[in-house]
Design a protein around this ligand. Structure first.
Ligand code: GLC
Ligand code: CA
Length: 561
């Protein structure tokens, strides 16, 4: 495996609308990110991924872009962006933007022109098909619920394709002119000095051009559109071209949002010369998704399935490359709520979870607020949700005749708005996020959970994160934590999450008791040192270790060969 500049870095995702508002309009902005760069630096972050800040009607909070070459005024100006890149550089922080090119906004000029003349050249920028006597061309269901086809105004039987909301028309990657426009735009941004991009919904760019129906998987007679991804061939050419044209020339970091891919695609995605630098390790953190239907989602996750998927995934990856390990993102519930039973939430469990993630092989990605243990919000009222996917779910489950109480419950725990409530900076009104009215309600627990309080307290989750990142990056352990192999150990114990990192003749064994009860583990090794813990006073009796609830210990063994 070739060594790359980003291999030993720690990354942090910012959801800009909810990070920090500096002008009182209730919406986070670029000056707010600039203001907090020192905070990120202090935490130990090297790479910052910012969810979309381009011009957008905000149907999907910026994942619907109407102008890729400009900043949405709600976030600031291009000068702010330039300054952010500049200020980042001064602190050794690379900025990643979000590349949303499976689709654009229905307000993008390409789409407007296509709608004026669907048979003209811009019609070729999208997927426009004739319907079946006024009904959609096939039974594909969009990610957000309704049909993936919407009728073109003024036409009886012409439809355009959108994998997501109707306001997010899919771009036609088969058209070389479209690809050229995309590459030009990406390079234009890279020239500005970005570190790279997170690449949105990228496995959706190849369509099944036979336009066949999918097997029906819901009461609506439709099939989930993502299922075409596993079927169609030929995405390779697009992805390799994207990398060669836009990333290779700049030594840029490109991390793909690639869900449910098979083993072969995984290898082609992150190996040397692969499509991407890295992709997110979604397999382990999506174990709560029991079926396609949202109402089948677990909460919290099943520990054993999480553990099993984690190691299965590492086995698949081997040493071909790195995935990015995550606890949450803007599409997930809060990790501290999803992974930890509510009765067990606290410093010990949150710090144990972070340690399990950070010491694995792969790139650690922090989602804003995780470093202070932010949780799901409780007591959501229907009218408080802002996310179009959440609202879409209410709608179509109602249409399907589902039990509304059950729906409300599952939506409350799984709505993406949980991860999007504003960052909790201090205990002043609205958590110090804004002096205005926040665009999305602030989690009421900001009085207890906030940055300022945790900065003051040595034993806080925030200060633990700083120690954890410093450990990950320490001269002594950086090499093994980055490049060492990973394999599961002590798998015979319930609720023990344990693994070995090994490199040359050095090895580190992480052992974590991930439950609310004490557990005794018989150690199979004699260790030389305890090098990292989340709680004081680890108890050893001979070769037995008594692990307190959510205690994690990292042992070191020298000269293993
Ligand atoms: C990705 C984004 C998500 C967005 C979707 C459509 O999954 O992470 O937030 O809604 O793509 O762009
Ligand atoms: Ca603002």
């Amino acid at each position: 495996m070739r060594r790359e500049w980003w291999h030993d870095k720690v990354a942090y995702q910012i959801y800009p609308k909810s990070f920090r508002d500096t002008n009182g309009d209730g919406i986070g902005d670029l000056p707010g990110i600039i203001e907090k760069l020192d905070y990120l630096k202090d935490l130990g972050v090297d790479i910052v991924w910012i969810s979309p800040i381009f011009c957008s009607p905000m149907v999907d909070n910026g994942y619907d872009i109407s102008d890729y070459y400009d900043i949405d005024p709600m976030f600031g100006t291009m000068e702010d962006m330039d300054q952010l890149i500049e200020e980042g550089k001064k602190r050794g922080i690379s900025i990643l933007l979000d590349l949303v090119v499976n689709h654009c906004s229905s307000e993008h000029e390409f789409f407007k022109k296509a709608m004026e003349d669907p048979d003209g050249p811009y019609g070729q920028y999208f997927y426009i098909r004739d319907g079946k006597d006024g009904l959609p061309p096939n039974n594909w269901r969009s990610y957000f619920g309704p049909s993936a086809w919407t009728k073109i105004p003024g036409y009886e039987n012409k439809f355009y394709l959108h994998s997501y909301a109707a306001e997010q028309p899919d771009l036609n990657w088969e058209n070389p002119e479209v690809r050229e426009k995309i590459y030009e735009m990406v390079c234009w941004w890279m020239e500005k000095g970005l570190g790279g991009f997170r690449i949105d919904a990228i496995m959706d760019i190849k369509k099944d051009l036979t336009w066949q129906d999918l097997p029906v998987d819901g009461p609506d007679g439709m099939g989930a559109i993502y299922k075409i991804n596993q079927k169609v061939k030929g995405i390779d050419a697009f992805l390799l071209e994207l990398r060669r044209r836009c990333f290779t020339p700049y030594d840029g970091f490109g991390i793909g949002e690639a869900l449910k891919i098979n083993e072969e695609t995984l290898k082609k995605s992150i190996g040397d010369g692969g499509y991407f630098s890295s992709i997110f390790a979604f397999e382990p953190c999506h174990v709560y998704r029991k079926g396609d239907d949202f109402t089948t989602y677990d909460f919290p996750i099943d520990f054993h399935e999480w553990r099993e998927k984690t190691f299965q995934n590492h086995e698949l990856i081997g040493d071909i490359g790195f995935e990015a390990n995550l606890i949450g993102n803007h599409d997930q519930p809060r990790g501290a709520s999803l992974f930890i039973p509510k009765k067990d939430y606290g410093f010990n469990s949150v710090s144990a979870l972070a340690t399990i993630i950070f010491c694995q092989r792969g790139l650690p990605f922090i989602y804003q607020g995780e470093e202070i243990g932010m949780t799901n919000r409780e007591g959501w009222k229907k009218e408080e949700y802002a996310d179009s996917a959440t609202l879409g779910k209410f709608e179509y489950f109602e249409q399907w005749g589902y039990d509304i109480e059950k729906i409300e419950k599952v939506i409350a725990t799984h709505s993406r708005d949980n991860g999007r409530t504003p960052m909790q900076w201090d205990d002043s009104e609205h958590g110090g996020f804004t002096i205005g009215k926040p665009w999305l309600v602030v989690n009421e627990n900001y009085k207890e959970i906030n940055v300022a309080a945790q900065e003051r307290e040595y034993g806080s989750i925030l200060n633990f994160y700083k120690r954890l990142i410093a450990f990950r990056k320490s001269e002594e352990y950086k090499e093994i934590l980055t490049y060492g192999s990973i394999s599961q150990i002590y798998g015979q114990y319930d609720y023990i999450f344990a693994y070995r990192r090994a490199l040359g003749n050095q090895c580190l064994d992480l052992i974590c008791n991930f439950c609310g009860e004490e557990q005794v583990v018989e150690l199979q090794e004699e260790y030389d040192n305890v090098i990292f813990v989340n709680q004081e006073q680890t108890t050893m009796i001979g070769n037995r270790i008594v692990l307190k609830p959510y205690e994690v210990v990292v042992f070191e063994k020298l000269n293993t060969v």
